[in-house]
Ligand binder design. Structure first.
Ligand SMILES: Nc1ncnc2c1ncn2[C@@H]1O[C@H](COP(=O)(O)OP(=O)(O)O)[C@@H](O)[C@H]1O
Ligand SMILES: [Mg+2]
Length: 254
């Protein structure tokens, strides 16, 4: 696929290694970054997976800033207070962008959904935008919906398609059924020329067909197949033999 007929917006992310002063310091000391050269993005859905602390959020945030998203999460238009970036990683990334510009965009930080809900309410109080900001999210205050409901409202009403969407652990509040509903919506949005980069622990979400999955661990970042991931094998083993697994997990030396 060449740049001219690329269906996506973010093609590749390079780490400018010669601009890194030291790979002994955070965040470059993280195994995922130490050996990183570049990551190719799938036209539809790319996942970052890996244990807590492997650097998924650090990388996702840096990509988001380098792209131009507001650090507190939200669309490029939400200009509420930004937290300064301490890592400096975004300044050492080069993003290869397609010549196509997305019509929409959203960066969902794992911990900033509450801030976003608050900001939408504030905007609707001070200004008199027509239509109201909240109407773009389904019309019901995100604070009055459960976390899971509000995330689905975001996916359904706010993300319009033709966009680049970065999501950090979007499954956090979703039941398995809702995660499946989220998969359906993600697929619809992909059909509307959208591209996703998602950090996740959800074995349901990461099952998205033909997605590129990057596994971060103590050895670095490498591409893996869904059925080779620990998430898949461990979840499957657990569900198939949960009684046996529980016995092993809860055995105590006496
Ligand atoms: N400012 C910082 N200085 C040093 N270490 C940090 C800083 N911020 C995060 N870390 C560490 O970097 C690692 C990666 O964090 P993070 O990107 O949040 O991981 P993940 O999203 O994969 O769980 C963690 O071990 C975290 O404790
Ligand atoms: Mg994280």
């Amino acid at each position: 696929m060449n740049g001219l007929d690329a269906r996506h917006y973010l093609l590749r992310v390079w780490l400018l290694r010669d601009r890194v002063a030291s790979f002994e310091e955070f965040p470059f000391c993280l195994p995922a970054l130490r050996g990183l050269d570049s990551l190719e993005m799938h036209p539809a859905v790319t996942f970052l997976i890996g244990d807590n602390g492997t650097g998924k959020s650090t990388l996702l945030e840096a990509i988001a800033i380098a792209w131009g998203f507001n650090l507190e999460g939200g669309s490029v238009n939400f200009s509420f207070s930004t937290r300064a970036s301490h890592s400096g990683l975004h300044e050492r990334l080069r993003l290869a962008r397609s010549i196509r510009r997305p019509r929409d965009g959203f960066f969902l930080r794992a911990e900033s959904f509450f801030n976003l809900a608050t900001e939408i309410e504030r905007l609707d109080q001070i200004a008199c935008p027509e239509p109201s900001v909240i109407s773009g999210f389904g019309g019901k205050s995100l604070h009055e919906q459960s976390h899971g409901e509000s995330f689905l409202a975001l996916l359904t009403h706010r993300l319009r398609g033709g966009g680049l969407y970065l999501l950090d652990e979007p499954e956090a509040a979703l039941s398995p059924m809702r995660q499946m509903a989220a998969l359906t919506r993600i697929h619809d949005l992909v059909g509307l020329d959208s591209q996703f980069l998602i950090a996740t622990h959800s074995p349901i979400l990461m099952a998205y067909p033909n997605a590129t999955i990057y596994q971060l661990n103590e050895n670095g970042i490498r591409r893996v197949q869904y059925t080779d991931t620990e998430y898949y094998t461990v979840t499957k083993a657990f569900l198939n033999k949960h009684e046996e697994m529980l016995r092993t997990l809860m055995e105590r030396e006496t």
